[in-house]
Design a protein around this ligand. Structure first.
Ligand SMILES: [Fe+2]
Length: 563
């Protein structure tokens, strides 16, 4: 399917503007506008939505929606200041002011135009509330998008990712000019990916189905470097694109989001690595930007780091796995970070508060008859380098996702439909103990191949091996691993209680100019040959009744089965 001309225009024209006019990674990057970050949507509910934005000035803005006008209370966000080692040309003069307005009393699954006026500039968009829990949009469903590993940073404008060749089909291998680098820079890839999501979201909204976009960690390269967050928001609510003004985004942290930046013996270049102060700073930056539903954590620093979002028929449970387990043990997901010192990061292992929360939420979701998705950054089953055994040294990985396999039994027991992860920059689908696991680390950074050192024996599909490249001369005709995301549709079943679920891996296919090797003329939306269709059906018809509160039934688990 070729992207509609409108989308192509969206994807390409702003890109040209950006490359010409958005500054460079080495020069000044600062655009003076009343909006440091343009308005974006958070924490969607059936009757409410939060609109946030950031300004340079300490001045109230106004939000108009649903015939009402709200005046914001600007809050200075000191955590969004720069480390002194960040390049001066990429620094705003002072930290920005946060404006956050929660609009309540809205109708479910309903679209509302809104506008935000800030210091003489006006931004307009349309928000759409979630369906009531257990219900669907007037089009019969909802649509969710998942991707990970955007790893936004200004340097991405000049960086083309390594692109190790997939197996080639008869017709010819890669032409020599391709080399081992991808066809466009990472910034182009990320913004085109978001443009495609925006197009598909608009289509879904026109059909009456609310939308949600989830980022499964590693939003930025270094969470401690403010210029990386600036770049992330240029893509999502800024000069590169405004997807988040129309589609609420929800996020979990990856290890890059808590990474201060490269360490150095030179004090003037040291960004702190995984030392506790910078992981705390980086975490606070993330938590300043995102408003997530309350999780009841006893340590207030853990609020917003794991959460439950009800979105119509879907319950989405998000976990923080950035430093779980015993320090430097086989269950440790970060061998560079001292567990005892970094208590601002919640553990996820049995006996921890987050684990207890997860168990309670899984039980409640199954009692409600919901389609349950779980997301966290570290993929438990991966053929990439993060699928290695945990540890440091040859053949091991200090950020291994293997420890997360300890949760697989819980997911199976509670009828989880699918688990979405990132971490390895691949599209990979695994199946273990009745649960589907997806790695969607193809948001906009690297395009890694499987790791040669080990085998993921739960793997069903991995783009590198299972989408062979077919070249005709200088033009790629099909296959290969590319940037993209996963699109999930959940719709009410036509014949009986429960829901249908389709999970589609989407990638951006570059249409190359046969007359000019390497020139990308256009992008097509294509899907890998790994589309999954499921039915999530409550075990008894009574369980299909929507319930807003958990009930105590223990046999009400939705069973997920292949049709
Ligand atoms: Fe990661």
């Amino acid at each position: 399917m070729t992207l509609r001309p409108g989308l192509v225009a969206q994807a390409i024209a702003p890109l040209l503007i950006a490359l010409v006019g958005a500054g460079s990674a080495s020069g000044s990057d600062i655009v003076s506008t009343p909006f440091r970050v343009r308005p974006y949507l958070q924490n969607p509910a059936a009757d409410a939505m939060t609109v946030r934005w950031f300004s340079d000035a300490n001045a109230a803005g106004t939000l108009t929606c649903d015939g009402r006008t709200f005046t914001s209370s600007p809050v200075l966000s000191r955590d969004l200041d720069y480390q002194m080692t960040e390049p001066a040309g990429m620094q705003h003069a002072s930290p920005p002011f946060l404006h956050s307005v929660r609009i309540t009393g809205l109708k479910p699954a309903t679209s509302y135009p809104y506008s935000v006026e800030q210091s003489g500039e006006t931004a307009k968009a349309v928000l759409t509330t979630a369906p009531e829990p257990g219900e669907v949009g007037r089009g019969g469903g909802v649509r969710l998008f998942f991707y990970a590993d955007a790893k936004a940073r200004p340097d991405s404008r000049q960086s083309r990712a390594m692109w190790p060749a997939s197996p080639s089909l008869p017709g010819g291998p890669r032409p020599r000019w391709v080399g081992d680098r991808y066809l466009v820079e990472e910034t182009t890839a990320y913004r085109t990916n978001l443009a495609l999501i925006a197009s598909r979201a608009a289509e879904s909204l026109r059909a009456g189905n609310p939308v949600l976009c989830s980022i499964v960690g590693d939003l930025v390269e270094s969470g401690g470097e403010q210029r990386h967050w600036d770049e992330f928001w240029r893509h999502n609510a800024g000069e590169f694109g405004t997807l988040a003004s129309r589609v609420p985004i929800v996020a979990v942290m990856g290890e890059h989001d808590i990474f201060g930046g490269p360490q150095s013996d030179d004090r003037l270049r040291d960004l702190g690595g995984y030392t506790t102060p910078v992981t705390l700073l980086a975490s606070r930056k993330f938590l300043t930007y995102f408003e997530h539903p309350e999780n009841g954590a006893s340590d207030e620093r853990h609020i917003g780091r794991y959460h439950r979002l009800d979105f119509g028929p879907v319950t989405l449970l998000s976990l923080d796995t950035t430093n779980g387990g015993s320090d430097s043990g086989a269950d440790d997901t970060n061998h560079f970070l001292d567990r005892q010192a970094a208590t601002h990061i919640p553990d996820y292992t049995p006996g921890s508060e987050q684990h207890d929360w997860l168990k309670r939420e899984l039980e409640a979701a199954r009692a409600r008859g919901r389609v349950v998705f779980v997301q966290f950054h570290h993929a438990p089953f991966s053929g990439g380098m993060h699928g290695r055994n945990p540890g440091r040294g040859d053949g091991k990985d200090p950020h291994s996702g293997q420890p997360l396999r300890s949760l697989a039994g819980l997911f199976k027991e509670h009828g989880v439909t699918a688990v979405f992860c990132g971490h390895d920059e691949m599209y990979e689908h695994s199946f273990a103990d009745g649960v589907h696991y997806y790695t969607v680390g193809i948001g906009g950074d690297a395009l890694s191949p499987p790791d040669a050192g080990h085998v993921n024996d739960r793997q069903i599909f991995v783009a590198h091996d299972h989408a062979a490249e077919r070249w005709r001369g200088d033009v790629l005709e099909s296959g290969g691993k590319h940037y993209g995301h996963v699109e999930v549709e959940v719709s009410r079943r036509e014949n009986g209680p429960g829901f249908t679920v389709s999970i589609t891996p989407v990638y951006l296919f570059p249409v190359l100019n046969p007359e000019k090797p390497g020139e990308v003329l256009d992008w097509e939306r294509r899907t890998y040959d790994d589309v999954l269709a499921l039915e999530a059906v409550p075990l008894s018809p009574a369980d299909a009744e929507p319930a807003t509160e958990p009930v105590t039934a223990t046999d009400a688990s939705p069973s997920t089965k292949d049709p």
